[in-house]
Write a protein that binds this ligand. Structure first.
Ligand code: T68
Length: 830
């Protein structure tokens, strides 16, 4: 404060402040007890594990807020170029363990709890997952937020605060049922409601023409207003004070009164109508495949885009009085096309509200936006029916038409009247139902489009967006995905974390994953191998206990734990895994008893959710249960083979399964997985991979070498040739046999599984399971053989971790910062 009076007040307040909160165990205990008493409102002499979780979380939150304030203040003062990361989905999982580790107060908190008679692990288990996303795309956003904070980048994440996260998967009789995930029921200490940070978001209505200062201009007269209220989620970096913000919007009824209905006296209905506004942020769409032209989904997209942009522009205007510097201060990243309405919205605000004129607005738009696509499949690309967009956002539709018309004119000049190509590249898809192609809109307006792995980017250039690549090759980049080693080793595998630090003689790898290569030189060291095996064994025992508690199936920690954990999709080929398991079972059954000694015992674990409307994926889940039922109850097979389905797979289940896995499967048909990130988490934890050369696996192979993994299946260039050739000719006999077992009812539910079998036979088999089955079995046999040689296996396991540094999201984010966003670190001092 400048004035004397203001300064005196500030000094007095500073004097009252006790400095920052202290992190020694005694101070922490005091804070925890205070929160028990005053926040949780329980007696400090009588509280349970959940209440201890609440009180500890609030104590941690207080510390997060201090750093968050300092960081925001510092960013404000420095006014660096900021990255605004727009994503409709964030899969944060739990926050407590991650926060205390990033704050560097894990041990002090554990001590404090101990003194109060609680155990940190048990208390941390009380937390539910924040599951505001579907799968890979959403977890990637969460990992990237952790890296942005850790690397001190001035970034803000924006998203939606869904009241219902991704559905809970409940299995009844082997069938998936979906239950709502009302995750806020028990409160959420990790968010801060900002009642004063709210914006009105407009919908529907008409566009009028008006004359302002003798100039014709368009004015959108909306038909509905909804209020967006901010909820801030502090994201602490590791080994830095920087704590960035994830701002999620919730819909609330607008405070502005509609005088007309007020005057009609229909008060009750007016209130009820207003309440309906809240539905916008009620529920996450659980489909990670296809875009359905649903009005609510479009409303969600615009709601979050409009509120975020109002916030971004307000922040910019606080420090600038015109838009000249906007492109130097703002980078907008679109996580897939889901937030791509932001492009039209920025045009609308700059042209209609800020009156910059079309050309100037367009120049700005073209320099601030970049986008990343996460799909390979043309059917995964979003399309919005023109009628729907025109009714919900009439002005945006006009703007998109205008962008397209200018683009088409320019394109004609460049390529001539090649009408096929023009219609392929048009933002507007003509046909019985006219659609807006959001990917084309993004390609036209963004300066950069990123793929999520090298092969993905090649596919974008040669297939999916070929026409655009030929026009603008300079726009195409790729950033191979990565995951954060903080969450995926330090939080979820503390004993491996300690072992790595001990052998590397430093914890620096937690901020610089490339240092993991230092483990390579000890990979053959007998002592490290011994310790490595111990750590893995303990993790496996913990997993085995959980499996027994969850499913009643007793498994031996000496068996090979073979996992496939990811969303259920035909292209990810969980069905190939199941057919392989049936084959293994069949072989054991038909084997001489004396030969069974040679069989390597396996525990096969499958986990993942199917989109509620995805029938075939749901049948795969049922088949898994039917096969498990048969195998697990066959005393003849005993410990040689077990199959368990992990229900309700989510981030915290992954944290348990990954450290205890020996082998993991990433077996998509080549050319279908854009990247894949589960493989990276497993690799980091010393789990060997059985995989096809698809997505980022191709780059993993380069790091660890083919000898240290089990590779199989048709290569990318072979896939289209095989499909063109029609029904596979060299389908192995074993394949026909195991499919027949399912078809003929060996596992029951004969009629139900018919359509599943039909996807494989009779000229179908689009995903080439039959073709790849032979080499899949060979890879599995190679894995069995390797597992028997414990020393060799452990060495490979160490090499997996040692080679995983490249797949840290820190590397991905550094690349984005430099090559796409043009942002620099802004490290908060002290
Ligand atoms: C995944 N995509 C890719 N999409 O499948 C995966 N889609 O290969 C990649 O590793 C990962 O993204 C990260 O790049 C998704 O997860 C969705 O979840 C999704 C959600 C809504 C609509 C469309």
């Amino acid at each position: 404060p400048k004035s004397g009076e203001g300064r005196a007040k500030a000094e007095r307040m500073f004097g009252l402040m006790d400095g920052f909160l202290k992190n020694d165990p005694v101070s922490l205990q005091k804070d925890i007890l205070d929160h028990v008493e005053y926040t949780v409102a329980r007696s400090r002499f009588n509280f349970d594990d959940f209440e201890a979780y609440q009180a500890l979380s609030h104590s941690v939150r207080d510390r997060l807020i201090e750093r968050w304030h300092d960081t925001q203040q510092y960013f404000k003062r420095k006014d660096p170029k900021r990255l605004y990361f727009l994503s409709l989905e964030f899969l944060m999982g739990r926050s407590l363990s991650n926060s205390v580790i990033n704050l560097g107060i894990r041990d002090q908190c554990a001590d404090a709890l101990n003194q109060l008679g609680f155990e940190f692990e048990v208390v941390a288990e009380q937390e539910g997952d924040a599951a505001l996303g579907n799968g890979g795309l959403a977890r990637l956003s969460a990992c990237q937020m952790d890296s942005l904070a850790t690397l001190d980048f001035p970034a803000i994440g924006y998203g939606l605060r869904y009241q219902y996260g991704l559905f809970r998967q409940v299995i009844l009789d082997g069938f998936q049922h979906e239950q709502p995930d009302y995750w806020l029921n028990f409160g959420n200490p990790w968010e801060i409601e900002r009642v004063h940070v709210s914006y009105a978001v407009k919908f529907y209505g008409t566009v009028e023409e008006e004359f302002l200062n003798g100039e014709k201009c368009k004015v959108w007269v909306p038909g509905e207003m909804v209020e967006a209220v901010a909820y801030d989620n502090p994201i602490p970096g590791y080994g830095t004070r920087n704590t960035i913000n994830l701002r999620l919007w919730a819909a609330k009824p607008s405070g502005q009164y509609d005088m007309e209905s007020y005057n009609t006296g229909d008060y009750i209905n007016e209130v009820i109508n207003r309440q309906r506004a809240e539905t916008i942020s009620t529920v996450l769409y659980p489909d990670d495949r296809s875009y359905q032209g649903k009005e609510l989904r479009l409303k969600q997209q615009y709601f979050f885009v409009s509120a975020s942009l109002q916030d971004i522009i307000r922040r910019f205007k606080e420090a600038h009085n015109n838009f000249d510097d906007f492109p130097e201060k703002v980078a907008l990243q679109l996580n897939d096309t889901h937030p791509s309405l932001a492009i039209a919205e920025v045009m609308r605000v700059l042209v209609d509200e800020e009156r910059l004129g079309w050309n100037r607005a367009w120049d700005i738009v073209c320099t601030i936006f970049s986008f990343t696509t996460h799909t390979v499949l043309p059917e995964g690309l979003e399309k919005i029916p023109v009628d729907l967009l025109g009714s919900l956002l009439p002005r945006h539709l006009q703007i998109i038409y205008e962008i397209n018309s200018i683009f088409m004119d320019e394109l004609k000049k460049r390529i001539g009247l090649d009408y096929n190509r023009l219609s392929r590249m048009s933002i507007v898809e003509e046909g019985a139902i006219k659609n807006i192609r959001m990917a084309n809109l993004s390609l036209v307006c963004c300066h950069t489009v990123n793929g999520v792995s090298r092969v993905h980017s090649e596919l974008l250039k040669t297939r999916v967006f070929k026409d655009f690549y030929e026009l603008w090759p300079q726009k195409f980049q790729y950033k191979t995905n990565g995951v954060t080693q903080r969450r995926w080793i330090v939080v979820s595998n503390p004993s491996l974390c300690a072992l790595i630090s001990k052998w590397l003689g430093t914890e620096a790898w937690i901020r610089d994953a490339d240092l993991l290569t230092g483990l390579r030189e000890y990979a053959a060291d007998a002592i490290l191998q011994q310790e490595w095996k111990m750590v893995r064994k303990v993790n496996k025992m913990r997993l085995a206990e959980y499996i027994e508690a969850m499913s009643g199936v007793k498994v031996s920690a000496d068996a090979m734990f073979d996992v496939q954990i990811k969303r259920i999709h035909e292209y990810k080929r969980q069905l190939l895994n199941l057919l392989g398991i049936i084959h293994r079972y069949d072989c054991i059954k038909n084997m001489e008893k004396s030969n069974r000694r040679k069989v390597v015992p396996r525990v096969c674990i499958i986990g993942g959710k199917a989109a509620p409307g995805y029938e075939i994926a749901k049948k795969i889940i049922k088949l898994c249960h039917a096969v498990a039922e048969k195998i697990n109850n066959d005393s003849d097979v005993g410990d040689l083979l077990k199959l368990v389905f992990f229900p309700d797979y989510n981030v915290s289940v992954a944290e348990l399964v990954i450290p205890g896995s020996d082998l993991s499967q990433h077996i998509s048909t080549a050319g279908h997985e854009a990247s894949g990130t589960g493989s990276m988490k497993l690799l980091m934890n010393g789990c060997l991979l059985l995989a096809t050369a698809d997505g980022s696996t191709v780059e993993i192979i380069e790091e660890i070498g083919e000898d240290n993994m089990f590779l199989f299946g048709a290569k990318l260039h072979e896939v289209s040739a095989l499909r063109d050739k029609g029904p596979a000719t060299k389908v192995p006999l074993q394949f026909a046999r195991v499919v027949r077992m399912v078809r003929e009812g060996y596992f029951g539910f004969k009629d139900y599984f018919k359509s599943l079998c039909d996807t494989l036979e009779g000229g179908g088999d689009f995903y080439l399971l039959g073709n790849d089955f032979g080499s899949y079995l060979e890879a599995q046999a190679a894995a069995d053989k390797a597992f028997v040689d414990e020393e060799k296996w452990t060495q490979m396991s160490i090499l997996c971790t040692a080679s995983s540094g490249r797949f840290s999201s820190d590397r991905t984010i550094e690349e984005y910062a430099e090559k796409t966003w043009g942002i620099e670190p802004c490290k908060c001092p002290f």
